[in-house]
Design a binder for this molecule. Sequence first.
Ligand code: ZN
Length: 77
Amino acid sequence: MKGGNAAVELAEARVEAERLAGVQRIQAAIRAAVDVTASPFCDCGERIPDARRQAVPNCTRCFDCETFIERQSRRRA
Ligand SMILES: [Zn+2]
């Protein structure tokens, strides 16, 4: 079956564009919220990746430091 596909593709492209715009709006809002709640820098001076700060709100350590400290506290316990 051919014919009419162009209209469908156009509609799908518009839905996809709207979906992406929505995702970008949400990501921008999350980024703005994260930026005011915590410093983007770890104690070691490493910049904490935005993805990590979004996944772990208010995290103050980079992944390496977090892993290191978790390992130490587990050893102590
Ligand atoms: Zn660190």
